[in-house]
Design a protein around this ligand. Structure first.
Ligand code: TRP
Length: 348
């Protein structure tokens, strides 16, 4: 089963402003994974059109996410960075996998229910099929490891189910073509470290989100140092000083969140942060957090600004990444066509 070479795939949607949650929950994890894995990082623009969108904003968002990847330290030469719509195999494989996934499976997807809201009949078919496209993203590279947040775990389980059913449904054809015992791997989630889930600065029970009406609830990657400082100073806390052990964070969501953010920015753990700040009051802790946040985010936000100012350069990076991604995805897609029994054009 595990004779697949290790490969990481992950995607970030180009929808609106990037914030600290995207940075700590996803992008910095990607940066670390480059040391140990071959990585494919995708700006998932096909996913972005499952809800109403503005074409101008989409284009600048695609470039903004790419700039964030690179400013944060993702190497687009050693690894692959591209936008999904440039590699047509994603949409092609998604169609095939739509015919593998069952309606019953899709009806259990909690994110669809949340996003579609009350008027489910008015949601796009794309929003419903979104998890299958995500499965295609991963499987078209035969990726073995997928860094995702908690909220994407169910989608990753669906990807595993789809892979397994495809392997099973077509096992004879796969064997006859000599494509191995299992064609698609079972992709594993990678969810680790502090601040995988960054919460709102105004309410420790809610995820930090670009759609929160209060801008003070989040730190945007476009915020300057003064704005970052003011948002941290205004962040909700409770009246107690910090505990000296992590057990003391239970039932204190705001304290837990700020300590988690500190740990993630510092590359340490919550326990380590509390060893330094146990019994400190929030004003002392927040002063240290402001300094740390400004020092660690400053170079990233400055790098993003520089990159975004040169869209031709970003587009060239995306085109190069797409060519290399396409070479891998095309091979899988040709194999899939053979497995299914399609007659196909001679591949290059
Ligand atoms: N659905 C993911 C999110 O909203 C983004 C995504 C799309 C993704 N395709 C993916 C993540 C493949 C991991 C792997 O966060």
């Amino acid at each position: 089963m595990s004779n697949f070479p290790q490969r990481v795939f992950s995607g970030v949607q180009p929808t609106g402003n990037l914030h600290l949650g995207n940075y700590l929950g996803a992008i910095t994890k990607f940066v670390d994974l480059q040391q140990t894995h071959d990585c494919v990082f995708c700006v998932v623009d096909l996913h972005a059109i499952t809800v109403p969108q503005d074409p101008k904003a989409l284009k600048s968002s695609i470039r903004e996410v790419t700039a964030a990847f690179i400013a944060a330290g993702i190497d687009p030469v050693k690894h692959i960075v591209f936008n999904q719509s440039q590699v047509s195999a994603h949409a092609e494989l998604a169609w095939v996998l739509n015919c593998v996934a069952r309606i019953g499976w899709m009806n259990r997807m909690t994110q669809f229910k949340e996003k579609a809201g009350k008027d489910r009949e008015a949601a796009s078919v794309g929003l419903y099929a979104y998890p299958v496209l995500m499965a295609a993203d991963i499987l078209v590279y035969k990726a073995t490891h997928v860094p995702v947040g908690e909220d994407q775990k169910q989608h990753l389980e669906l990807a595993r189910d789809v892979a397994q059913k495809f392997n099973l449904d077509y096992s004879e054809s796969i064997a006859a073509l000599g494509l191995g015992e299992t064609f698609f791997p079972q992709p594993e989630p990678l969810i680790q470290g502090p601040a995988t889930r960054v919460m709102s600065l105004r309410d420790g029970a809610k995820k930090m989100s670009k759609s929160d009406p209060s801008d003070n609830s989040r730190i945007n990657l476009s915020d300057d140092a003064d704005t970052i400082a003011s948002k941290i100073r205004k962040a909700k806390t409770d009246p107690e000083p910090l505990p000296s052990e992590t057990a003391g964070l239970a039932g204190r969501p705001e304290a837990d969140n700020l300590v988690g953010i500190f740990a993630a920015l510092q590359g340490s753990t919550k326990a380590g942060v509390l060893a330094d700040f146990g019994n400190a009051n929030f004003s002392t802790f927040k002063t240290a957090l402001v300094d740390l946040a400004v020092a660690s985010l400053g170079p990233v936000t400055a790098g993003m600004k520089r990159l975004v100012a040169d869209p031709a350069h970003i587009d060239a990076i995306l085109c190069d990444g797409a060519e290399r991604a396409d070479a891998i995805a095309r091979k899988t897609m040709n194999e899939v066509k053979d497995i299914l029994g399609f007659v196909r054009a001679k591949s290059a």
